[in-house]
Design a protein around this ligand. Structure first.
Ligand code: IPM
Ligand code: MN
Length: 358
C-alpha cells in the first residue's frame, strides 16, 4: 500500500466496555494519521451481543464480504451476560479468524515503563518477547461430537487438527518475524512432543525443515508446561515463541499478566497475504460491570492500533503511537487497573494523543 492511499478501518466496538476503548483507539488513529499526513476512513459496525439478542444473528448475511473491503478491522470486545458462552466467540471472533484466514495470532508481550508486573524484580528490559500463535487449526477447528448425549454412557470427542500447510505457513512467518525483529534472533517452538506424538511431531518436523532456511536464527524448543515455568522465572530468556492455537491461547494469558494485565495486552489476527484482512483487538473481555463508567483502560486497544498501523505499512505512525503509549504509562498513569489509572478512559486517550508529537 502506498502511503497516500486511504487506510480503511472497520470498527467493531462490540459489547460492554468494547465501544469505549475502541473510541479511544479511533481517536489516536485519526490523530496520528493527521500528523503523518495520510487519510484514514473508519466505519462502525454494531456486531456483538446486543445485536444478536435483537436479531438472532451474530454476523448478518454479507458481513464478511463487506468487511473484506477494509484494510483492517479494529475489534473492541465481545461477550454479553445474556448470551450463552460460545455463541459470540464462535459466531464472530472465530468466524472472522477462519473466514479471513487470519492464520497468525500475534501477541507482543512487553512490559511498558511504569507498568507493574507481578514478577518481583523484573524490569521492562526483562519482559519483551512475542508469541506467534497459529490461529486456524488445532482444537479450535470445531471437529467433534457427542454419542449418547445426556446419558450415563455419554461420549464426547474434540479433535485437534494440524496440517502441514497450516503449521508450515505459521512457522515460516515466525522465522521471518524473528529475523525482522532482530533481537536475540531466537525462535522457540512451544509444543508437547513427548505426549502429542502425532500432531506435534508434525509441528516438530516442520519446524526443523523450515529452520534450515534460516541459518541466522537460533531454533529452540520448550515443552509447553516447562515454558509456563520459565516464562515466570526467566522471561528475559524469550525472544519469539511460535506455538499451536490452544497452547498459544493459554500461554498468552499468562504472558499477558506478566506485562501488566488485560489493560495493556493487545493482539493481532493477521492474514499476511497481499490483500488479506487482518483484525486487531485488546486481549481483555467486555468487562460488563465497568460499562459506561469511563474507568476501563484503553491502552491495550491503543496498542492494537499501533499493531494495525504496522501491519498496514504505516511504520512511522505505529512507532509514534508506541512511543506515546510508553510516555503515558511511564510518566502519567498511576496504575493500569480499571478505576485506578488516575485518569478516565477518555483522558488516557487524550494523553496519548498529546504525546504523539514527542
Ligand atoms: C483469545 C480468546 C478467544 C480464544 C476466545 C474468546 C474464543 O480467549 O482471543 O485468546 O480462545 O482464542
Ligand atoms: Mn484467550
Amino acid at each position: 500500500m502506498s502511503s497516500n492511499d486511504i487506510l480503511k478501518v472497520a470498527v467493531i466496538g462490540g459489547d460492554g466496555t468494547g465501544p469505549e476503548v475502541v473510541a479511544e483507539g479511533v481517536k489516536v488513529l485519526k490523530a496520528v494519521a493527521k500528523l503523518e499526513g495520510f487519510p484514514v476512513e473508519t466505519k462502525e459496525f454494531d456486531y456483538g451481543g446486543k445485536r444478536y439478542l435483537a436479531t438472532g444473528e451474530v454476523l448478518p448475511e454479507g458481513a464478511i464480504q463487506e468487511l473484506s473491503q477494509f484494510d483492517s478491522i479494529l475489534l473492541g470486545a465481545i461477550g454479553h451476560p445474556d448470551v450463552a458462552p460460545g455463541i459470540l466467540e464462535r459466531g464472530l471472533l472465530l468466524q472472522m479468524r477462519f473466514d479471513f484466514d487470519q492464520y497468525i495470532n500475534l501477541r507482543p508481550v512487553k512490559l511498558f515503563p511504569g507498568v507493574e508486573t507481578p514478577l518481583a524484580g523484573k524490569k521492562p528490559e526483562d519482559i519483551d518477547f512475542v508469541v506467534v500463535r497459529e490461529n486456524t487449526e488445532d482444537l479450535y477447528a470445531g471437529i467433534g461430537g457427542f454419542l449418547k448425549k445426556g446419558t450415563a454412557d455419554e461420549v464426547a470427542t474434540q479433535t485437534a487438527i494440524y496440517t502441514r500447510k497450516g503449521c508450515e505457513r505459521c512457522i515460516r512467518w515466525a522465522f521471518e518475524y524473528t529475523r525482522r525483529r532482530d533481537r536475540k534472533k531466537q525462535l522457540t517452538l512451544v509444543a508437547k512432543t513427548n505426549v502429542l506424538t502425532y500432531g506435534h511431531d508434525l509441528w516438530w518436523r516442520t519446524f526443523q525443515d523450515v529452520a534450515r532456511e534460516y541459518p541466522d536464527i537460533k531454533p529452540d524448543y520448550n515443552h509447553v508446561d516447562a515454558c509456563c515455568m520459565w516464562m515466570v522465572k526467566n522471561p528475559e530468556y524469550y525472544d519469539v515463541i511460535v506455538t499451536t492455537n490452544m497452547f498459544g491461547d493459554i500461554i498468552t494469558d499468562l504472558a499477558g499478566i506478566l506485562q501488566g494485565g488485560m489493560g495493556v495486552a493487545a493482539g493481532g489476527n493477521i492474514n499476511p497475504e497481499p490483500g488479506g484482512t487482518s483484525m486487531f483487538e485488546p486481549m481483555g473481555g467486555s468487562a460488563p460491570k465497568y460499562t459506561g463508567q469511563n474507568v476501563i483502560n484503553p491502552i491495550a486497544t491503543i496498542s492494537a492500533v499501533a499493531m494495525l498501523l504496522e501491519q498496514a505499512g504505516r511504520q512511522s505512525a505505529a512507532d509514534r503511537v508506541m512511543k506515546a503509549i510508553q510516555l503515558v504509562t511511564g510518566t502519567k498513569m498511576k496504575s493500569q487497573a480499571a478505576g485506578k489509572m488516575g485518569y478516565g478512559t477518555r483522558e488516557v486517550g487524550d494523553l496519548v494523543v498529546e504525546h504523539l508529537n514527542a
